[in-house]
Design a protein around this ligand. Structure first.
Ligand code: BTN
Length: 257
């Protein structure tokens, strides 16, 4: 079905590998890299993953033929490779912007570092796996799982939502994929050509809790803090009692109201 997606791009999605079923699109993409067969911008997409990977070693489970599960391979020019967190920002911001245009009447935010929430529920998860040669970033595999036509209303414990759940109508996944790939490429090329200042500012402003006070679990204590943004290492910057603190990924938990 997705074989006929032809995005209007220079790099991303010019080569699309489609599977009805695969263990994990990220795993397949990493294997292509290992075998030196990876073309820059290749997209690997599957209708079903038997071993879909999520963050923190968790699995990603998604109903077949209802959602979008794909990975993008980026091959970096070694001496001008973006840092890994910039890749994360580019992709997360692109998904955020795409979802904002799909759902103009809903409240959309990035839950640091890379989940997208709509009305406080997760709609999209991103898993970036990087491949280094020494200290240089050679490839990134960006895995994206987006809930499109699956319904989550009856699975309350997941705190998940989907485009169809929010819109009340089915979404054309092919067209959505095309639009997503075009949005990602726009932001990626703008990062390569004009730098990351705007991307960083837009990313910070889209963060859940930006400019408002909210609750965090920090060292097993509930702390009220305001999100100020993200630093160059990808750490979350919080203001607590008038002071700035930086937290690495995985060290704190943000509560969703
Ligand atoms: C998360 O835990 O939020 C990240 C989920 C990432 C899931 C996507 S689905 C396509 C790609 N292939 C995988 O095995 N995982 C990612």
């Amino acid at each position: 079905m997705f074989a006929k997606v032809k995005p209007n791009t220079q790099i991303i999605g010019q080569n699309i590998i489609y599977f009805n079923q695969v263990a994990s699109t990220n795993e397949f993409a990493l294997e292509l890299i290992k075998q030196n067969l990876a073309e820059n911008g290749t997209v690997v997409i599957a209708e079903f993953q038997s071993k879909g990977r999520g963050q923190y070693g968790k699995s990603w489970i998604s109903e077949p033929f209802e959602n979008l599960m794909f990975s993008i391979i980026l091959k970096h020019v070694t001496n001008s490779a973006p840092d890994p967190f910039t890749i994360n920002k580019i992709i997360t911001l692109a998904m955020y912007q795409q979802l904002k245009s799909e759902l103009p009447d809903h409240s959309i935010a990035i839950k640091w570092p890379n989940d997208i929430l709509v009305n406080g529920k997760k709609i999209c998860g991103i898993l970036v796996e990087n491949n280094f040669s020494g200290a240089s970033l050679k490839h990134s595999v960006i895995g994206i799982g987006l809930n499109v036509n699956q319904h989550f209303e009856h699975i309350m414990h997941l705190n998940a939502t989907s485009l169809s759940g929010l819109k009340g109508t089915e979404t054309d996944r092919e067209l959505l994929l095309k639009n997503i790939l075009e949005t990602i490429e726009l932001i990626y090329l703008s990062s390569l050509n004009t730098g990351n200042q705007t991307i960083c500012t837009d990313f910070d402003k889209a963060l859940y809790g930006f400019g408002t006070k909210g609750a965090f679990d920090i060292n097993d204590q509930i702390i009220i803090a305001e999100v100020l943004g993200c630093d160059q290492l990808g750490q979350l910057i919080l203001e607590i009692d008038g002071k700035e603190h930086h937290y690495p990924h995985g060290s704190i938990k943000q509560y969703i109201a």
